[in-house]
Write a protein that binds this ligand. Structure first.
Ligand code: DC
Length: 223
């Protein structure tokens, strides 16, 4: 079973994808975290994120295996626990530079497909399968997935969710501070992936007025 979930920032993808994986005994792959890890790795290597060729080379050498347990998403890169570093607003503001790098995309695509194929044979899920989430999973990474979902939400709902998650509340100040991490980033990211409109065969679920459980149930009903 392969479940592909795409959507913009703050659509609730990660929360929902982890729950779907847990409920069905599947592995969970957060592809956004792979782009974040690549940004962290290049930055630590002293590479200018605008130097596309150098960032691509660094990504190819990145000693990184993504965590696949939906209950333990600890990211370790070269012996360093980067779990919280890759969620820092300062990294969120620059990660798009890495996400629009086509050389990086090709390398991470190769790694993502490798993980997904391994889960069909065995791996963390013992062959049960995987929930993979990101921006181009339904369209590029595994368009042949058994379940393909585009999870959307209004800009207002997405900003409020991310503000609570990153800054602890959804006050006007927190929402304004979050705007650059969401709206501007999605604009940059959408130059390389289409994740605001569903491709043929992809089911759109608008989570603006739904609870997490309702979204999980909606996905379950597609299986
Ligand atoms: O979902 P996220 O915020 O953790 O994603 C981090 C960055 O990676 C963001 O700029 C979008 C990009 N991304 C992408 O281009 N393709 C994916 N499949 C997943 C994420």
């Amino acid at each position: 079973m392969i479940i592909a979930i795409d959507g913009p920032s703050g659509s609730g993808k990660s929360t929902v994808s982890k729950l779907v994986a847990q409920r069905n005994g599947l592995a969970y792959l957060d592809t956004g975290a792979m782009f974040r890890a690549a940004a962290w790795w290049a930055h630590r290597g002293g590479i200018d994120l605008d130097d596309q060729a150098a960032v691509e080379e660094a990504t190819k050498e990145m000693p990184f295996t993504p965590p696949l347990d939906p209950l333990d998403q600890t990211f370790v890169l070269d012996g360093v626990d980067i779990t919280s570093a890759i969620r820092e607003p300062s990294l969120s503001r620059v990660v798009s530079k890495v996400a629009v790098n086509l050389g990086v995309r090709a390398e991470l695509l190769r790694r993502q497909r490798e993980v997904i194929a391994a889960e069909q044979r065995g791996g963390f899920s013992g062959g049960a399968g995987i929930v993979a989430e990101g921006r181009d999973i339904t369209t590029v990474v595994v368009p042949e997935a058994d379940v393909r979902v585009l999870l959307t939400a209004s800009e207002e709902a997405r900003l409020a969710r991310r503000a609570r998650e990153v800054r602890g509340d959804a006050s006007d100040a927190a929402i304004e501070a979050t705007r650059a991490e969401i709206v501007d980033r999605d604009k940059a990211d959408s130059t390389v992936s289409e994740f605001m409109h569903a491709a043929d065969g992809v089911t759109t679920i608008d989570s603006s007025a739904l609870t997490i459980d309702q979204v999980v149930d909606a996905i379950q009903s597609l299986m």
